[in-house]
Design a protein around this ligand. Structure first.
Ligand SMILES: [Zn+2]
Ligand SMILES: [Zn+2]
Length: 355
């Protein structure tokens, strides 16, 4: 098998040739055909998250130690089944095209048992985060229950459902019901923000305010159905946003949070899913006086991914701009994403790579 690995954080990924693993127990070996490139891959590549105030969270503390294979938006073909797969699933067969749910928990704790593996408290097995991911021709999936049929959905778009669409879907679900005149801001119109707009439209939210520092991304957001846009570099950005009922912050930077939370109307809710970095400093009394809610959202659970796939199959999610690139451009794709040169999503094509 071939993979593109982090050998040293922040340095270009290296092409590595290795023996293809044999699936054990309930494992399924997937021949990866598409792998989406996500903004959080950048942080793992760099090796840390910025916690603000000079503090950092290093990814090695949660088990991501180079050499490491990124990639948590995997689509591929079932290539081999572990000896116990038939005991847990009758449906999975070699040759099936499947989307892989990557946010896998321990499967044993109360949180996992309640179907919230993405919030597992005792040992996550997130593919591409602390287990080998999809920037490879092959990957092991612990159990066939994490494989989802995406029949009829474009391959590259389907791959992006596993993180970007799922994250947006789960974040939007944390907003309270919106009235006809309520406005919801989407902060950050990269891959996640664009699919976030599509998800909000699908939920019946009509007044979406797209926010970004890049006019090209704002134009893409307007095409996907935003009602108006705010360039957050504008001197009056805070006034333009004032009174929003809800917000999905796909950036998660100190500046976006200060702007968005400050613009919430009383009773508004602010959902943070971006991991850009920094810290939030906010006076306490107004949180109570304004009755605002600030909540985090991290990817989504398996059931939510099934719901997202069902929407995509019914063509009820507008495909965001997706650029499919040869797998060998994995490093270049990360560089472009870092420099803000990507509109929508880059998806790597591993189908053409001879394994
Ligand atoms: Zn992601
Ligand atoms: Zn667990």
């Amino acid at each position: 098998m071939i993979s593109y690995q982090i050998i040293e954080h922040g340095r270009p990924l290296q092409k590595v040739l290795a023996t293809t693993p044999k699936p054990q127990d309930t494992e399924v070996l997937v021949r990866v055909t598409r792998a989406g490139v996500c903004h959080s891959d950048l942080h793992i590549w760099e090796g840390y998250f910025d916690l603000g105030g000079g503090k950092r969270f290093y990814v090695k503390e949660r088990g991501c130690v180079p050499p490491f294979t990124l990639g948590h938006e995997p689509l591929g073909i079932v290539e081999a089944l572990g000896p116990s797969v038939s005991k847990v699933s009758k449906g999975v067969k070699v040759g099936q095209k499947r989307l892989v749910y990557p946010w896998i928990g321990c499967g044993k704790c109360a949180v996992c048992k309640a179907g919230q593996e993405n919030y597992c408290v005792s040992g996550t097995r997130f593919l591409g985060v602390n287990r080998p991911g999809a920037y490879a021709t092959h990957m092991l999936v612990p159990d066939p229950r994490y494989l989802i049929d995406v029949g009829g959905v474009d391959d590259s778009f389907a791959a992006t459902l596993a993180c970007s669409a799922l994250t947006a879907y789960s974040a939007a679900a944390k907003l309270p019901p919106m009235g006809a005149k309520d406005e919801v801001a989407v902060l950050g119109c990269g891959g996640l923000g664009l699919v976030g707009i599509s998800v909000l439209r699908e939920k019946g939210v009509k007044n979406i305010v797209a926010c970004d520092v890049d006019d090209g991304k704002l134009a893409a957001a307007m095409k996907l159905g935003a009602k108006r846009s705010v360039n957050t570099r504008a001197p009056d950005a805070a006034q333009q946003l004032q009174g929003i009922a809800g917000a999905l912050d796909f950036v998660g930077a100190a500046a976006t949070a200060a702007l968005g939370i400050g613009a919430l109307r009383k009773g508004g809710r602010y959902v943070i899913c971006g991991l850009y970095g920094g810290e939030l400093v906010h006076p306490l009394p107004p949180i109570a006086q304004r009755a605002i809610g600030i909540i985090g959202s991290y990817v989504g659970n398996l059931q939510e991914l099934k719901e997202v796939v069902a929407l995509a199959k019914k063509k009820r999610l507008k495909p965001l701009p997706v650029e499919t690139r040869p797998a060998a451009q994995a490093s270049a794709a990360l560089e472009d994403l870092k420099a803000g040169r990507v509109v929508g999503r880059v998806v790597l094509d591993f189908e053409a790579v001879e394994a």
